[in-house]
Design a protein. Structure first.
Length: 460
């Protein structure tokens, strides 16, 4: 039996943050003794003691606690007092502190909390920010495997009111482990005496609480489910995520990708709720990087300074050339990023995309080149602009340059998302402005190199 002095010692160890010594004492103490001693200490110390226990030990201690103590402990786990204790813990202790709770504890925690407390509890449970655990709800109906269809329907009538969804019912064993799920329609149509585990239904599909939310979106889309169960690593049921949660997630993912495509960091809140300086910081980093990239354009132009001095007319078409390359690259990047997000393309498809974009770039560049050539010829003959006696060669230079620049733009814009995905980065980070900046510099080099070949001995 643990004496009162022992609980006082635990409080002293907590206040002095001697976590390793406290953990060692708890490991050597029987679960029932720990539960008894926890009744003699304050709520926040109870939470700290409980979370320092190993997973199995914690489940045993929790089972020894009276019902009122269980609820008191669960509520204590989400209070600001516990958060302050966590902030004061060393990083390694805090990491161990955030290991996954036993499924029994998690379910009870989620069931007794208000919506606002539930939101805080998901964070306190240590689930990653964009994981399924942050979106799950405990409002589901569970039945036992030995029930008949008739007994299951009667149980649903008793406990089903106010649940998130009744479209899918979950079959759990006595320890809370998920065995199967069954659609309500199948349950209603089954023979009343049929055992629920014998009812034919699609195979079980479930998510881990630590799975990324994109994984959840993928499974909802693949299996056309209205709800999916969430379990821990051992298969114990924790909660469910529903289709309406997935709609919010899909909107959030799309918004994040669009903001990255625009050349800024993703905002963490609606536009009007983001602070001014936070907005400046998120946009300023990308703009600075793009500005430094555009400085290479000035460097490239200075490299061809003599050619520009001898044929000033070449400078007139610099905006035309580089903007065409940037636009084609932005188009390709947007198309490929979206195709990767929708899983229309895999990494192994890169060569097929390369071949398609090579042909597309050639066709698009040739088309734009024709427009550019006839524009130069038409303006010369209409006396709107005097390009000199070598205006035809100038038109051919623009034509050939557009082919090269647009081809490079489409290839760069289409291949960069594959490269980023291959190295584990978000393809949306290959934003249209980034591709445009890359193509600007390369486009200038292509333009002036083509001009040196075609106009040598005439304008150059």
């Amino acid at each position: 039996m643990i004496e009162t002095a022992t609980s006082s010692l635990w409080e002293d160890l907590i206040h002095s943050q001697r976590w390793e010594e406290l953990r060692a004492r708890l490991t050597a103490t029987h679960s029932s003794d720990i539960a008894e001693a926890m009744g003699q200490i304050h709520g926040k110390e109870q939470a700290v003691v409980f979370r320092l226990l190993s997973r199995d030990h914690a489940a045993q201690v929790f089972s020894y606690l009276p019902s009122d103590r269980q609820k008191e402990l669960l509520r204590a786990l989400s209070t600001d007092e516990v958060k302050s204790v966590l902030d004061g813990m060393p990083p390694d202790d805090r990491t161990r502190f955030f290991e996954e709770l036993p499924a029994t504890v998690t379910r009870q925690l989620l069931e007794v909390l208000s919506p606002e407390e539930l939101k805080n509890a998901r964070q306190l449970l240590g689930y990653p920010e964009h994981s399924v655990g942050r979106y799950m709800t405990p409002d589901y109906v569970a039945i036992r495997p030995e029930m008949t269809a008739s007994q299951a329907l009667e149980h649903i009538r008793k406990v089903g009111r106010g649940m998130e969804t009744l479209n899918v019912i979950y079959i759990l064993d006595e320890n809370g482990k998920l065995l199967e799920d069954v659609r309500l329609g199948s349950l209603v149509l089954a023979d009343p005496q049929t055992v629920v585990t014998a009812i034919a239904d699609p195979p079980l599909v479930s998510l881990l609480a630590t799975d990324d939310r994109e994984r959840a979106l993928e499974l909802f889309e693949k299996y056309d489910r209205v709800a999916l169960p969430v379990t821990d690593a051992l298969g114990n049921m924790l909660g469910i995520v529903t289709a309406d949660d997935m709609l919010d997630i899909a909107e959030s993912e799309a918004t994040e990708d669009i903001q990255k495509l625009g050349g800024s960091e993703a905002l963490e809140a609606p536009y009007m709720q983001v602070g001014l300086w936070s907005m400046v910081r998120k946009r300023g980093g990308w703009l600075s990087a793009l500005f430094l990239g555009e400085m290479l354009t000035a460097t490239a132009m200075s490299f061809f300074e003599q050619e520009i001095a001898r044929a000033v007319v070449l400078a007139l078409f610099v905006p035309l050339i580089i903007s065409s390359g940037g636009n084609s690259g932005s188009q390709a990047a947007s198309l490929i990023i979206r195709a990767l997000a929708l899983r229309e393309l895999k990494l192994r498809d890169w060569f097929r995309v390369f071949r398609r974009e090579l042909i597309s770039g050639l066709a698009l560049g040739s088309f734009l080149g024709v427009i550019g050539f006839f524009r130069i010829v038409a303006w010369q003959h209409l006396h709107l602009t005097n390009y000199g006696q070598h205006y035809v060669l100038l038109g051919i230079t623009v034509w050939a340059s557009l082919i090269g620049v647009v081809m490079f733009g489409t290839l760069a814009g289409s291949m960069l998302p594959f490269v980023l995905r291959r190295f584990g980065f978000d393809p949306a980070a290959s934003s249209a402005p980034f591709v445009a900046t890359l193509v600007d510099v390369t486009g200038l080099c292509i333009y002036f190199m083509v001009a040196l070949v075609i106009l040598r001995g005439t304008l150059l």
